[in-house]
Structure formats: C-alpha cells, structure tokens
Design a protein around this ligand. Sequence first.
Ligand code: HEC
Length: 119
Amino acid sequence: MSARVTAALALALSLALLASLGVACGGSPIEDHPCPPGGTALTYDNFGKGFFEGWCVQCHGGANGYSSRSYTSLDLIRADRARIFVNAADDNTTMPPGPDDPPANERAKLGEWLACGAP
Ligand code: HEC
C-alpha cells in the first residue's frame, strides 16, 4: 500500500470515529426528562406521527439509502426511543443533520412524549 493510500485511509478512519463519537455520546439522556406527574396529552396521533413524518422519515423511512433505521410506525419509534431522545429531543440537536431543524418547542414536545413512553 502506498504511503498516500495509507494516509488517506487513516484520515477516513479518524473522521468516521469522530463522527460516531459525536452521534453516540454528547446529549442529555431520556432519564433527564421525567414524564410530568399528570402524564402527557401528546399521543402518536396528535403529535408523534406528524413530527416523524415532517422531520425524520425522509431518511428514516426504510430502504432509501440514508439509514436502515426506520421510524414509520409507533412500535419502531418506541423500540428506539432512548436513542431518539439523546439525538433529537429537548436540547439535543444531532438529528436531523443539516441546518433545517425542528423548532425548540417541537423538540421539547418530543422529549415529553418519549419520556412518557410514547403513548
Ligand atoms: C437527511 C437525512 C436524515 C434526517 C432528516 C434524519 N436523520 Fe437520523 N440519521 C441519518 C443518518 C445518515 C444516520 C446514520 C445511520 C444510522 O445510524 O442509521 C442517522 C442516525 C440516526 C440515529 C442513530 C444515532 C446513533 O445513536 O447512532 C437516530 C436515533 C436518528 N438518526 C434519529 C433521527 C430523528 C429522530 C430524526 C428526525 C427528527 C432524524 N434522525 C432525521 C440521517 C437522517
């Protein structure tokens, strides 16, 4: 292997490592957001479905080349809710990538809905 190829590989590997650390660490966990004592008025039908369809399923909609992670049903979202929280709820802004972000109040609602078990 030439030195140039080795250097390029090393660079690619460190970038991949940095990217994975950035996505996996940083961010407040779902335990930081207790469900309010009275529960939540948010449901999949009045909030979750619209949120995920508006902000996530263009990439997390199954086999579209971006991600194998699919958020097209309540069961799939519930199963991944801690990971979704740490990437997208409250003050966590890793997802969606890019400049087009849900407003803070939508992220806060996502936090409450997930914290209450995604009813
Ligand atoms: C522009 C495309 C795009 C959009 C929009 C998007 N994501 Fe992602 N997301 C990705 C890609 C690419 C990955 C990395 C591959 C993977 O882990 O599935 C990822 C990874 C993730 C992960 C896994 C992170 C980890 O812990 O490794 C979660 C959780 C996630 N996205 C949630 C969301 C949520 C919630 C939304 C909507 C608010 C969203 N994403 C919007 C492209 C997108």
